[in-house]
Design a binder for this molecule. Structure first.
Ligand code: NDP
Ligand code: 13P
Length: 329
């Protein structure tokens, strides 16, 4: 299959490396220095240093040339650039079937990526989301990873999952697009919370409680907006939640660790050099939860720390002093 990966951040580059073992893959980057680096040194030093790009992987800085002849587009831009990427693709002519990998809710609108696709490319556009527990570093190394390809049309999800599936990158199909997107969005907020929890030295018990109650928040929110309960117990829900709440490769978790050290958010994001989608998504999920009347105390606490200047230790105390309740509530 001819695949074009649009955007060469850490994840787009790692996926391009993985897909290139079995497909004809072009990786498009918007930054001229990233393009020349990858062409000349066969390495993406800016976003995924230390990993050699396979010789068969084509690198391009010309979007029109990169997408010409593509049978599948993998849009690997973060949420902030997702709508603009779709518009750029649409401006070039008919758009090939497409999957996206960003995890979160769009800033200000609070929309999930599939709604952005529907608005930009039409309600019937054939598309899906690739999500699940998958650090770019490990996928680039060829370490075993399992992810979910979700689409409202199960046949499309199965066809693309089958095409992308490989022994070291196992791809499962799902028809619960909303549930898969909500899992990927909320787990990033929880990863920030877990970083704060560990950074403050609250212990293993607290982290296990946080992950479990975080999963309850994810499911409460996800069920109201149309996801299926079993999705939150799967790779794109619990799987990704565990990975990013416990693994120090997570940028969102690292934001939480740095907040616990007392660093300012602007300083943390400048040092990170990568996106941390949970930062913007915490605000959007917190807002939508209030509008929908859904109780999400951990999300509200993360939003308060990130965007309302509440000190992390104070937000934790407020969480701990909440009244007792039934676990199933
Ligand atoms: N890294 C990972 O392990 C995984 C990441 N993801 C998701 O994939 C998405 C991309 O993440 P990742 O590749 O890691 O991010 P990185 O921070 O490594 O790279 C981001 C890429 O997107 C570009 N970019 C940043 N802002 C914009 C914008 N406003 N418009 C267009 N392009 C932009 C950057 O280019 P520039 O520097 O020029 O702005 C860069 O090429 C995120 O939604 C993330 O949650 C999903 C699974 C795993
Ligand atoms: O989504 C990811 C792994 O599945 C990557 O998480 P971070 O964006 O927190 O690094």
């Amino acid at each position: 299959m001819n695949i074009t990966v649009v955007s060469a951040g850490a994840w787009g580059t790692a996926l391009a490396v993985a897909f290139a073992a079995r497909h004809r893959v072009t990786l498009w980057a918007r930054e001229a220095e990233v393009v020349s680096d990858m062409q000349e040194l066969r390495e993406n030093r800016r976003f995924l240093p230390g990993h050699r790009l396979p010789d068969s992987l084509l690198i391009s800085g010309d979007l029109a040339a990169a997408v010409g002849g593509a049978e599948l587009l993998v849009v690997a831009a973060p949420l902030a650039g997702f709508r603009a990427s779709l518009r750029a693709l649409k401006a070039l002519g008919p758009v090939a079937p497409l999957v996206w990998v960003c995890k979160g809710l769009e800033g200000d609108s609070g929309k999930l990526p599939h709604r952005i696709v529907a608005e930009e490319l039409g309600e019937d556009f054939v598309c899906g989301a690739l999500s699940g527990p998958s650090f770019a570093e490990e996928v680039a190394q060829g370490l075993p990873t399992a992810v979910t390809l979700a689409a409202t049309e199960l046949e499309f999800a199965r066809r693309i999952a089958h095409a992308l599936h490989a022994p070291r990158l196992r791809v499962y199909a799902s028809d619960d697009l909303v549930g898969v997107e909500i899992g990927g969005a909320v787990k990033n907020v929880m990863a920030i919370a877990a970083g704060i929890c560990d950074g403050l030295g609250l212990g293993h018990n607290a982290r296990a409680a946080l992950i479990t109650r975080g999963l309850a928040e994810m499911a409460r929110f996800g069920l109201v907006v149309g996801g299926a309960r079993q999705t939150f117990m799967g790779l794109a829900g619990m799987g990704d939640l565990i990975l990013t709440c416990t693994g120090d490769l997570s940028r969102n978790r690292r934001v939480g660790l740095a907040l616990a050290e007392g660093k300012t958010l602007s300083q943390i994001l400048a040092d990170l050099g990568h996106v941390a989608e949970g930062v913007g998504t915490a605000r959007e999920v917190a807002r939508r939860a209030i509008d929908l009347g859904i109780e999400m105390p951990i999300t509200q606490a993360v939003d308060a720390i990130l965007h309302q200047g509440v000190p992390a230790a104070m937000a934790v105390e407020q969480l701990l002093h909440r009244d007792p309740k039934d676990e199933s509530a």
